[in-house]
Structures are given as structure tokens and as C-alpha cells.
Design a protein around this ligand. Structure first.
Ligand code: KG4
Ligand code: ZN
Length: 411
């Protein structure tokens, strides 16, 4: 099955073409085309993602990204096509809220053959609704134009499924046609810690693609906390990688105690570990962020050294809470597999803490961490999740029933 997947839930416009075979016992994926355009530089000025701007950028970029993905997949063949008047009207109606997108799409499809794709997939949520809508409307237009079924994908399921994949997909987006991924022998139940800019949740996959919510943040998402603390420290958006860079530089200064890899303690600053001792798998990060704010108020003339140490202590606090809550969830749910997913799972220290902790405290649990290239938002992860939904024939029917769902949940 050949899937064309579209992701526009936040600040990445991404389209991938993936060829998939097999089932959940053993599935193989070949990434034929993978194009992604990040809007980070545009949103940097605002210190975060600005939804109206994200929507406008997606509308501007989707057609060039589609062209790039199809071209890479060698599915773009020049040929003059006559698009019937009625079809043009329908497409324009579907895309009437996305300025310029209908015209650009018609221009492209009038000069190329219908590509050999079996299914169109699109992120339906969660995410920023104005941004989601652009992708959804674009996907509906393609499904209508090429007469293909449409699969609506939960973005968080994309993070879970891609974390279960292993392979040589290491150089996104340039890995191109050499990239293969495999999902096999996943032992259930699988507990997933999903950490991103908008989400922090522990979810249990009891049966394949069936989820139960075990815990979630009561306020800020962990990525949001990284981004806000980075901003307080005068670091650019997105803050996660910046904090990580500073924190790692402190860890490198300290001789690592071999017994507890990378867990250097801060003697300069002390931050709380909110809810770490409570008997719930819920999280809270707002207090941690406020504690950083108070630290900064007490010490208005921070030098670079202080910033590095605050970043270090903040990252330690986050990793401690994430692990403790995951450990509690492991005790409560006895999973066979632990999955780490979402943009924050790119974090070197969190990956290290989880690898080390699972190794020493629950070696019977198989830890699956996505490859770094698949952690932050991309369309390959949407294609992977879509494949298993398409196998179950979970298609959007009729097309106009699909709506953006900013708060779509897995369980
Ligand atoms: O999954 P993602 O790409 O988008 C959402 O669905 O939200 O996650 C983005 C989040 C941002 O908050 C970003 O700061 C964070 O992931 N992030 C990181 C790292 N790389 C990205 N946080 C900590 N350390 C990193 N290395
Ligand atoms: Zn994400």
C-alpha cells in the first residue's frame, strides 16, 4: 500500500510518501519521498508558534512540499490534464478558506499525471486548529481529485507508532528512497510516555491501537515548560534544544559518576520536582516554571555561568519527574514495552536517564525510543500510523465529515 501523508498540526509543513506492507506482527515501510519545511525561523520572532501565521505558511508551502515529496518518490510525471469544470469548482470550494492554495494545486495537477498512490492520510488533531484545517482541506482536495480513500490520523498515535519503528531512517529528510523502517514483535501492553510541545501523557496500549490514559499534565506540557524557561533565560525558540545544549555543557564539566550515568547534581541552584512523591501518574510543570521565575527575580544579574546551571538543574528536575511518574505507571500497569515519543524525546539527558533507569530498575521491560530524526514532527510518522488504520479500512466517509480537532485524544 502506498500512502501519501500530510502533517500540518503545528509549525512543520510535511508530506511523505511511504510504501508499506505486512501487519502489526511485522510491518515494513519504505520512505519513497519525504519533504518537510520548518517554520521555526518565522515563529522565533514571536517566541512561540503564532497560529494565524502558521496557517498562512502551510497554505503557501503545501503545494511546493507536495511537489518535492512526489518528485523524490519519482511519482511526478509531466502530462497535461484537463480538470473538469465541476471538479475545479468542488476543489475551489474545499479550499476556499486557504488563500492561494486552490489555485496553486490546480496549477500543479493540470500539468502532471495522477500519481500512483493508494491512500491519502492527514493529521486530524491534536494541534493548532487553524493549522490542522489547512492540511485537512488539502487532503480532502487530493482525495477527491485522485479518487482515493482518506485516513484521519491522531498526531499522538503517529508519535507512538514511529517510536516503535526501527531502521535506517537516520537522515530525514534526505534519506529518501534508501530509508526503510520496520515495526515487529511489539510486546503488549506497551506504556507510552508522550512528551511534546502540547502534550505530556502516559498512555497504555493494551491491545494494538487501543489506548487507556494513565496520567497527564494538569497544567503545562513539558515541551512548553522547556520553551518558557528558555525564554526566561533569553534563549531562542524552540527552547528545548537550547536548554539541552547548556545543560549538557555543565554535565561535561563534571566528572560523571559511573553509577548513575549523566545524573550530575547542581550545587548552585535547587528547583522543585512537582508531584514527584504523589501516588498519581499525573504531572505538573507550571510550578517548576514559576520556581525558575523566582530564581531569576532573586538574582537579576545572571551571568552565562548561572544560566547554564539553571538549565542544568531544570533539565534534571524534568527528567527526575518524568522517570518517577513513568516508574509508578510501570508498577501500576506492568507493561512489556515502554515507548518514549514526541519532540521532547529528542532530549539527550532524558533519553540517557530512561535508558539507564530501565536497564537497572526494570530490565524486563523493552524500551523503544524513536530515532532522533523521527522524534520531532514529520509526515513519515503520520504515514506509519495511517497504514495500520487503513488496513482496518478506517476511512473518512463522506469526506466532509472530517473536521480539525485541536484536543483530539488517544483514550
Ligand atoms: O512533537 P513536537 O515536534 O511538536 C509538538 O507536537 O508539540 O515537539 C516540540 C517540542 C518543543 O517544545 C521543543 O522545545 C521540544 O519539543 N524539543 C525538545 C528538544 N527538541 C525539541 N525539548 C527538550 N530537548 C530537546 N532536545
Ligand atoms: Zn508532535
Amino acid at each position: 500500500m502506498r500512502i501519501l501523508a500530510i502533517e500540518t498540526s503545528c509549525d512543520e509543513t510535511a508530506i511523505a510518501v511511504v510504501e508499506a506492507a505486512g501487519d502489526e506482527r511485522a510491518a515494513r515501510f519504505r520512505v519513497l519521498g519525504d519533504a518537510l519545511l520548518s517554520q521555526i525561523d518565522i515563529h522565533k520572532e514571536y517566541g512561540g508558534v503564532f497560529p494565524a501565521l502558521a496557517k498562512r505558511e502551510h497554505a503557501k508551502n503545501l503545494v511546493p512540499i507536495l511537489e518535492a515529496a512526489l518528485e523524490e518518490a519519482e511519482l511526478l510525471h509531466e502530462d497535461t490534464q484537463v480538470i473538469p469544470y465541476e471538479m475545479r469548482n468542488q476543489l475551489e470550494r474545499i479550499l476556499e478558506r486557504e488563500p492561494g492554495l486552490g489555485g496553486a494545486l490546480l496549477e500543479l495537477v493540470s500539468v502532471c499525471e495522477r500519481p500512483e498512490i493508494d491512500v491519502i492520510a492527514v493529521t486530524a488533531g491534536p494541534g493548532l486548529e487553524p493549522a490542522l484545517w489547512v492540511g485537512i482541506n488539502f487532503a480532502k482536495a487530493l482525495a477527491l481529485l485522485w479518487d482515493k480513500p482518506l485516513v484521519a490520523v491522531n498526531h499522538m498515535e503517529g508519535h507512538v507508532i514511529s517510536a516503535l519503528a526501527s531502521g535506517n531512517h537516520v537522515a530525514l529528510p534526505s534519506a529518501g528512497s534508501d530509508a526503510t523502517l520496520e515495526i515487529k514483535n511489539v510486546r503488549l501492553p506497551a506504556l507510552a510516555l508522550l512528551i511534546s510541545g502540547g502534550h505530556t501523557e502516559l498512555v497504555l496500549m493494551k491491545e494494538w491501537l487501543e489506548y487507556e490514559l494513565i496520567g497527564q499534565t494538569r497544567d503545562d506540557a513539558v515541551g512548553e515548560a522547556f520553551d518558557k524557561v528558555a525564554r526566561m533565560l533569553g534563549l531562542p525558540y524552540p527552547g528545548g534544544p537550547e536548554i539541552s545544549r547548556l545543560a549538557e555543557s555543565v554535565r561535561e564539566d563534571v566528572v560523571r559518576p559511573t553509577s548513575d550515568v549523566g545524573r550530575t547534581t547542581s550545587h548552585t541552584f535547587k528547583l522543585p520536582r512537582p508531584m514527584i512523591g504523589s501516588n498519581t501518574c499525573d504531572f505538573s510543570f507550571a510550578g517548576l516554571k514559576t520556581a525558575v521565575l523566582y530564581l531569576l527575580k532573586d538574582k537579576p544579574n545572571l551571568d552565562e555561568q548561572d544560566k547554564r546551571h539553571i538549565a542544568h538543574e531544570f533539565e534534571n528536575a524534568v527528567a527526575d519527574v518524568l522517570w518517577k511518574k513513568t516508574e509508578l505507571a510501570i508498577q501500576k500497569t506492568s507493561p512489556e514495552t515502554l515507548v518514549l515519543g514526541g519532540g521532547v524525546s529528542a532530549n539527550t539527558h532524558i533519553r540517557r536517564v530512561f535508558t539507564h533507569s530501565v536497564d537497572t530498575k526494570c530490565p524486563h521491560v523493552v524500551l523503544r525510543i524513536p530515532e532522533a530524526s523521527l522524534t520531532t514532527d514529520n509526515a513519515v510518522m503520520i504515514a506509519l500510523a495511517a497504514y495500520f488504520r487503513a488496513q482496518r479500512k478506517e476511512f473518512v466517509q463522506p469526506l466532509d465529515t472530517l473536521r480539525a480537532s485541536g484536543n483530539l485524544s488517544l483514550a
